[in-house]
Design a protein around this ligand. Structure first.
Ligand SMILES: [Zn+2]
Length: 327
């Protein structure tokens, strides 16, 4: 028995011209914008004051003094989000300066909010910028992760950032229980309306330029145990996302994306919280080679693949291009 075929509507046989594509007015009627500046967020890497060899190496890598004019320029282009990373100072084994009032992160948050109060500001919550060993976590003398101390550090950082004006905090080290710990700390400090956006980080070489610039490469070993294995990322990312949402995450970040677009789509299809696609520092040189239009096409593809927002070093370049092509 053959499956019944759907009767073809009269006049719908292929004739070479598709009516939904043929006329500009109809294309406009059915179209949605491929990408708008509001789809973009920019990483802001706050470095020690000039002269610093890293200034300008990646877009958005600036000293504190340049933060106001940088975010003002982004806001004028319609970019609505920024994620702040600070180059840690006074590093020690416990990452103490990460929790010090008035540290570089706190001053950067204040500088952004002062100049562009309406910009959605996310902060990185992680030990690696602030520990002298460059690890994201604190370890016991035997080498095991000291979970209570690490969670205490993450909670104190999150509350400090929220007190300074952060809208969302983003725990980076993928430790089960960390999102719940941070969520609880924020609630107890009266920051119920501050979001928690944990990372879903695949092991990759595409973090290289960031790690070098921010001095966050661990002195010994690597972070593989705190990241998702690429070969299993199609499954493990979904399991981890489910856990994070269960712990109280209200949005998620996937990084990198150039080598994980399949994962992005699966994530979008299986989770209902907003997904941020973080096009990491190692993707930047590839995006430069693509040119401005190519970078815009790539970013639009990430949106189509399931990103609710794209965090990218190409944000300013792409937003300026979108502005120019609109006018
Ligand atoms: Zn880290």
């Amino acid at each position: 028995m053959t499956a019944p075929t759907r009767p073809r509507a009269p006049g719908s046989a292929p004739q070479g011209v598709n009516p939904s594509r043929a006329r500009q007015a109809v294309r406009d009627l059915y179209a949605r914008p491929a990408l708008v500046p509001a789809d973009l967020s920019a990483p802001l890497l706050v470095l020690p004051g000039s002269p610093h060899p890293g200034n300008g190496l990646l877009p958005g890598a600036v000293p504190l003094g340049d933060v106001p004019r940088t975010v003002e320029r982004w806001a004028r282009l319609g970019i609505l989000g920024v994620k702040v990373f600070a180059y840690g100072h006074d590093r020690d084994a416990k990452g103490s300066a990460a929790c010090a009032p008035g540290n570089r992160m706190v001053r950067a948050i204040a500088a952004v909010k002062d100049r562009v109060p309406g910009m959605a500001l996310t902060t990185e919550v992680c030990g690696c910028s602030w520990t002298d060993h460059g690890q994201c976590v604190l370890r016991a003398p035997g080498g095991d992760i000291d979970l209570p101390s690490t969670f205490r550090l993450m909670k104190r950082m999150a509350v400090l950032h929220a007190d300074a004006g952060a809208d969302v905090v983003s725990p980076t080290a993928m430790l089960d229980g960390s999102v719940r710990a941070v969520r609880t700390a924020l609630d107890e400090a009266g920051h119920r309306d501050v979001g928690v956006n944990p990372n879903l980080a695949l092991h990759t070489t595409l973090y290289g330029p960031f790690k070098e610039l921010m001095g966050t490469d661990p002195a010994a070993g690597n972070r593989r145990g705190l990241q998702l294995e690429p070969a299993r990322a199609d499954r493990d990312t979904l399991v981890q996302a489910h856990r994070w949402v269960g712990e109280g995450a209200d949005s998620l970040t996937l990084q990198p994306v150039m080598t994980a677009v399949d994962v992005l789509t699966r994530l979008h299809d299986s989770q209902h919280v907003p997904i941020v696609a973080y096009s990491t520092s190692g993707e930047w040189s590839a995006l430069r080679a693509l040119g401005t239009e190519g970078a815009a096409e790539y970013t639009a593809m990430l949106k189509r693949a399931g990103a609710d927002n794209v965090l990218t070093f190409a944000a300013e370049q792409v937003a300026a291009y979108l502005e120019a092509s609109r006018g």
